[in-house]
Design a protein around this ligand. Sequence first.
Ligand code: BTN
Length: 229
Amino acid sequence: MDEVPSTQEVAHLVAEQGAGHGTAIAAREQTAGRGTRGRTWHSPTGGLWMSVICRPADPAAAECLSIRVGLAAAKAIELVCPGIPPLAIKWPNDLMLDGRKLGGILCEARWTGGHLAWIVAGIGLNIRNPIPESVAGSAIALGSVAPHADVEELAEAVAVRVADAVRNGSTLSPEELARFAERDFLRGKRLAEPAGSVAEGITPTGALRIRQEDGTVAETVGGVALSDG
Ligand code: BTN
């Protein structure tokens, strides 16, 4: 598609009409791209803006879906663009390249009568799109390390891997946890909240493990901020 308000909206619409697991909707440009926590996602031409319809067999898998999408997307990007620095994942849904945000994941579930109907996994990747001045220091485009990266090829590879990965079981397997650990951007980093706590990996449900200042370990499912110190 050329231009849509948000591929998320289109994906929900076609999911409602019965589109199957793995159906992907991509657009060259979004005029009302959405990010996590109600934020706007700047999506001009040049990036990969795509939503994949996911119908996991087990509704409990919804909890760790974002982690699976991140793992699948990171692997697909590295395969399509060999030689780029390894990608990291900043829990819960940022793809990181050289310490800067390369892309983000937004998972939106729809329920009917208390049952999970489907989840739309939105993936936004900066490729050759201009990066807004306001985030220039913290964001990066794939084109800066892979000048020949092809948006269509990436879309195909990411969609196939995501659809495959989200078929997995209700919780993250030891193998998925090991793969996440290799890409874990937050591990060992000090967090702003709770003050003095340190990120210690994730649980099989995809929650973040935090070692608090008193030595106890807590789990969180909300976003976290890194400490300046
Ligand atoms: C984040 O805030 O980091 C998540 C960004 C997700 C953006 C993608 S682009 C494709 C899909 N359509 C949207 O409107 N948002 C997601």
